[in-house]
Design a protein around this ligand. Structure first.
Ligand code: 9GP
Length: 807
């Protein structure tokens, strides 16, 4: 670590080391014990991470030993997505080491915030569902619950989004592991063989046991990601599987000179965990179950006790194959009778549904599972409803047609002990629509609700450190006290009337806006007006989320501004609108919406008559890290899905926790947020869920021309078609979704949407009142902590107790 220890010849390099060359870090600050001359920000990030990792390993090890010794019941969260984002900041905050690290790195001549920005996001997910899984892991560890995650270690995370000069989304790979990942422990000692395809063959040994044979053999190799709890030793595990060929290559083909063939199967094995969302879910469910069973068997209990020691939560239908796989193991390998096996299975699994959109409900080709559960289940249905052929058809796990498909949500439902939706309204819709027959068949008791939550560690303490500090100071509480019991935020209510407090609150929001503006300036080169209201919509691009409604609303506003006199303009509240989000690569209409947003931005931001009053930015490559800057800066955020389509939404909670107000439809968790913070602090608009079906019927059977129904919207559409934002023809397919059919009810909701935005403008004029609303909103967000949600799962579903690791 001293200069003299550097090998000969490197001294010169050291003297002109990268940071020295920049002049940023001319040798080290006084008192530095290390020679860091060669180290740039990235190197310093890696070094800091490795030292934090040392802390984590100690805690993680103790936690796993503790769990092994105590053998508590464990819960496993099976999810194809874990959208973790960055780890370093989260880890040192949870360890309570942020101040020490900031100070130490400063002594070494580094700005710690710059180092944090060096980390690549672990983006192993698409959106809310994956981020929810990450929040639940944080809460599981913070609440000292023996909870592990199981997922896949994709070589490439979600694609990087680029925007072409024409405004089109382009996709590039995200090789996030290229720089090594300090947060994972490769476990070459934990591997399983997984067999694809093949069949089950009875053994002739008189036991009735069977083995799975034939097919392709692949190795699942474990990588353990440490999940530190907040101010506790408990550090849980997220086990991600990587696929590897069992044999290097096929020797026969190799010897025959067919080199391509020789490596074919090893390539296909490695491809399983190459990109987000593999086609074959057998791999990870099989590996995860083998691992869970091995751990259970170490306790030495009979297999019938499995559900007393293991609860498995299925995050949506992606891991559903675990149900037939556990059946297979119990029947073939454990020699359990069918009925007993089914009892074990249905007491082990729990299923969370995350959508009622028909197109998002998974269906799988039949041959994959034809011989297992379906017939058995239908016999039971037939017994209860003799002769009801229609019902049998509706409830069959197999959907007739070509090709026949397995309805994964049905399989997940019948194989689970309990089923839940993710917000009150959504859970009700699950019961009354997609799983209605099953509620009648199995009784309503099996179906309930766990409203989603978010971790306040990342989504307040980490992303908004100044607000977090103000809250601790005001509540006179140590940070972990309120961060682990978020209802304590209610203590802020009485300060809403305190002028000095309001000023501090407002000043923090302002600095967060400046932080965002700085990011936009440095990454995109635009100067953002920080005196304007910041209006944000960030989420996956989807027709049901209605980014289109938002951009058409922006155009409407722009057209109005253009008509105003100078005197009228003086009364207008300046507004900056931010969009960010990715569209699925094959989702044409969603991509067209991005193109429209980008081109509207180009025109509006360049218009000297209006640009001080209205500007618009599409921030490319939305990620967890970008959300951490956007969310604390927002005055309002938009959650404007067609009623009944957004299961919950979780970014709505993040914005409100950071004192941003919500513009939204009466949908998903918006409803419960309003119940908590009070309807006067939310800007609701639009038709309600029960009206939607009828409106859609009207659109098809009694269509009213849009000019008649909503002239303001018709005018906006005509301006777009007419080429105000470039090639009008290019947008016709998007505009036609509204002119014809309008499945997502833009024409029904447009007027009330604009009226809600007018109310926002009105309210924002009285800044003092606005800040009061902001404080009250944050103060009432206690319910939306993922700690509350995970405790609900632990108590009412998994029957799991905390297992605190002694300090
Ligand atoms: O669309 C839902 C979103 O509303 C919810 O917040 C999230 C987490 O529960 O899950 C999303 N669903 C999916 O991503 C796919 O079912």
């Amino acid at each position: 670590s001293g200069k003299e220890k550097w090998p000969r010849g490197e001294e010169e390099v050291w003297k002109s080391g990268l940071r020295g060359v920049d002049g940023v870090n001319e040798y080290q600050a006084e008192g530095s014990v290390l020679n860091w001359g060669l180290v740039d920000d990235f190197g310093a990030y890696q070094a800091a991470s490795l030292s934090v990792r040392d802390n984590l390993i100690v805690n993680w090890n103790e936690t796993q030993l503790h769990y092994t010794k105590k053998s508590p019941k464990r819960a496993y969260y099976l999810s194809l997505e874990f959208l973790m984002g960055r780890t370093l900041d989260n880890a040192i905050l949870n360890l309570g080491l942020k101040d020490q690290y900031t100070e130490s790195m400063q002594k070494l001549g580094f700005n710690f915030e710059d180092l944090l920005a060096q980390e690549r996001d672990a983006a192993l997910g698409n959106g809310g569902l994956g981020r929810l899984a990450a929040c639940y892991l944080d809460s599981g560890a913070s609440q000292e619950l023996p909870l592990w995650g199981y997922g896949l270690r994709y070589k490439y995370g979600i694609f990087q989004q680029l925007i072409s000069p024409e405004g089109n989304q382009l996709e590039a790979p995200d090789p996030w592991l290229d720089n090594q990942n300090p947060w994972e422990l490769p476990r070459l000692d934990v591997t399983y063989e997984v067999q694809f395809y093949g069949h089950s063959e009875r053994l002739n040994d008189g036991t009735g046991r069977a083995v799975w044979t034939g097919g392709q053999e692949v190795l699942a190799v474990a990588y353990d990601v440490m999940i530190p709890g907040c101010y506790t030793k408990n550090t849980n595990n997220l086990r991600l599987w990587e696929s590897k060929p069992k044999r290097g290559f096929d020797l026969n083909s190799f010897n025959a000179g067919d080199y391509e063939r020789a490596i074919e199967s090893s390539n296909s094995a490695a491809a399983i965990t190459s990109v987000l969302y593999p086609n074959d879910h057998t791999f990870w469910t099989a590996a995860s179950l083998s691992d869970i069973l091995r751990r259970f068997k170490n306790i030495g209990k009979p297999i019938s006790a499995f559900p007393d020691y293991v609860a498995i939560q299925l995050n949506d239908t992606h891991p559903t194959l675990a149900i037939p796989e556990l059946m297979r193991i119990l029947l073939d390998e454990e020699e359990v009778s069918w009925d007993d096996a089914w009892t074990i299975v249905t007491n082990t699994f729990f299923y969370t549904n995350h959508t009622v959109l028909p197109e998002a409900l998974e269906k799988w080709p039949v041959p994959l599972m034809e011989h297992l559960l379906p017939r058995y289940f239908l016999q039971a249905v037939e017994k209860k409803y003799p002769g009801d052929r229609e019902r049998l058809g509706r409830m069959s796990l197999i959907e007739e047609g070509f090709p026949k498909q397995v309805r994964m949500a049905f399989l997940a439902c019948i194989g689970s002990r309990k089923v839940n939706g993710v917000a009150e309204l959504h859970s009700e819709l699950v019961k009354t629509t997609i799983l209605k027959d099953f509620v009648e068949f199995e009784g309503a008791g099996k179906f309930s609700n766990v409203t989603n939550g978010i971790t306040p560690r990342r989504w307040l303490d980490q992303c908004n450190p100044e607000l977090s500090a103000l809250i601790s100071k005001t509540l006179k509480l140590e940070k972990p006290v309120w961060l682990k019991d978020l209802y304590k935020l209610e203590g802020l209510l009485k300060f809403a009337d305190d002028k000095a407090f309001r000023q501090e609150w407002g000043a923090i929001k302002q600095r967060n806006k400046e932080r965002l503006a700085h990011l936009v300036q440095t990454t995109l080169g635009f100067t953002v007006n920080t005196n304007a209201m910041f209006d944000v919509q960030i989420k996956r691009l989807h027709e049901y989320k209605r980014q289109t409604l938002n951009i058409l609303g922006v155009i409407h506003r722009y057209l109005n501004l253009k008509k105003m006199s100078a005197a009228e303009k003086k009364k207008v509240n300046p507004r900056v609108v931010f969009f960010a989000g990715k569209a699925a690569p094959g989702y044409y209409i969603a991509k067209l919406t991005i193109r429209l947003i980008v081109n509207v931005a180009r025109v509006i931001n360049a218009d000297p008559e209006t640009k001080d009053l209205l500007s618009l930015y599409f921030l490319p490559d939305y990620s967890v890290s970008l959300a951490e800057v956007l969310i604390p800066a927002s005055d309002i955020s938009q959650h404007i899905s067609t009623a009944g389509t957004e299961a919950s939404g979780t970014s709505n909670m993040k914005f409100c926790l950071n004192g941003g107000l919500l513009v939204g439809t009466v949908d998903g968790a918006n409803i419960e947020i309003a119940e908590e913070v009070g309807e006067s602090n939310v800007f609701f608009f639009g038709h309600l869920a029960p009206a939607v079906e009828d409106l859609r019927y009207q659109h098809v059977y009694h269509p009213v021309p849009i000019e008649e129904k909503c002239p303001a919207l018709a005018n906006v559409l005509n301006q777009v078609s007419g080429g105000l934002f470039g090639d009008g023809g290019a947008y016709e397919p998007l505009l036609n979704t509204i002119r014809q059919g309008d499945y997502y009810l833009l024409s029904d909701d447009f007027d009330s949407y604009m009226a809600a935005l007018d109310l926002v403008d009105e309210a924002y004029k009285d800044r003092d009142e606005w800040i009061k609303k902001s404080i009250k909103t944050t103060a009432k967000m206690g319910k939306f902590s993922s700690d509350r949600a995970i405790n609900e799962y632990a108590e009412s579903y998994w029957n799991l107790e905390s297992a605190k690791v002694p300090a």
